[in-house]
Write a protein that binds this ligand. Sequence first.
Ligand SMILES: [Zn+2]
Length: 561
Amino acid sequence: MSNIPKLIINNFFFIFFSSYFLIGQEPKPIKAGVAPTNYDYQGNLDAIHYNLEIGLGKKTELIEAKVSIKSVLTKNNPIMRLDFTGLKVDSLLIDGIVSSYTYKDGIIEKKLNGYNYGDTIIITIGYSGKADDGLIIGKNIHGNQTIFVDNWPNRTRFWLPSIDHPSDKATVNYYIHAPKEWKVIANGYLLREPIKTLNDAIGPKEDRLTWSWRTKVPIPTYNMVIGAADLEIHKVGLAACGKAPNSVREDGCIEVTYWVYPEDVENAKLSFKRAGKIVDYFTDLIGPFPYEKLANVQSSTRFGGMENASAIFYSEKAISEGKNIEGTVSHEIAHQWFGDAVTESNWHHLWLSEGFATYFGALFFENADGKKSFNKKMQNSLNRVINSKVSNRPIIDYQEKDLFKLLNSNNYPKGGWVLHMLRGYLGDQIFFEGIREYYKTYVHKSVLTKQFQKIMEDVSEESLEWFFEQWVFNPGYPRFLYEETWDSIADSNGTLNIKITQMQKSEWPIFQIPTEICWSNECKKINLGKKINYFKFDFDQKPLVTGIIDPKGWILKEIVN
Ligand SMILES: [Zn+2]
């Protein structure tokens, strides 16, 4: 056989039998970001591992892919339900046998009669078409073609059949066939250097390389990403040495890199230069770095940054403009521990991810640049809470059905303040011991707020029900009116009568606030727990200044006149 007839046959096959030109058969996609009504999500099977092969091209928006999903059944005669939408299903096999299924409203469904609880099955799905979301193909800020995945909250299903829910983590192997000029990033570690793609590999028939990435530990589906573009890879350095159990390096360190468009290499330097220091700081403060490496990638994400496990994607624009986005870098790196490695079991507990990343992201600056830099960040957070449009909603807001709307000032700055207040109440030693215990207990698992509360209660040996109830499950924050009057007793000594009123809306709780009032250097401990709180303190001399509630700034509050 010569090359020419083969080419003709290939083209013939390509046009008439491959799915490439059958876009008409792709179903209409469902709406992204709708909260599921059932929290035992697709509770008939537990996805353990995804083995994904995907073919990408430079000259097409069409993809072709095949995924094998290893799952453990959690019911007898279960109903398999996988999230998938907008792309065409070409084939479905269960344990290697072609199987019937239904595919509608964003779900691939199949009743698995004769299967039992605990059985392991392999579901293999071939699919193709143009992804409506999740896998974003288009021109970057410099006009060059790029492909980047952007999943949050539940847009993985637009390009990867999956149990697309943060409660079901799994490991992933990626085999990505992409144009040979491109660099390809994904979660995990690079199994080997990219190799020339076989001619009969799936996807567009361009000159391609095959990149193999795999994760050693399970990650949430919203973290499962690939990126393929003209990127330059730069090393920041090694980090977490001896404290990265999933490192594939002999020295036990992880490599910290940044992957940016060639045009933006200079502009990116400033933002990533301390990325290794940030990793080291969190490793020492929280616990071992959870993943195999850390790549910081310039991308087309719609978010400022997206914390994808071991492959953080950043918005291309800010980097391209030469902005220092170190605040975002610190936030996204903090997510590797909180959000990625310890994941909220459902989206409504998002503060376990975003509140933690907001607070720990700021803590890096407290450690590296001093208290002033940290205080400024906390003050900015406080202002965001006070000016918030969602003050009348609690942090955990089951009423909110639009998951994108959970990206609000309750889950971010208020969530961060909840941790700051807990630290202020418990003290640094107990607070950070609790944080380390929480991370150690739940690394690579998914959690709810109650589980975090329980760990902090165990470590502090006290009930924190009042604290979590008022701050996480109820709306608002205290607004204090402070009044004091002086009663002289003798020549100079006397009594200061203090009245502190909680002025917040009646729909918000009356807050329990253990705190202090200070007059210059003299402080008195108080406990604010009523709508109107009275205190009397005897002084040898009338204080020269008016008292200040919580002068060290541990409490999320507003002082009103
Ligand atoms: Zn975040």
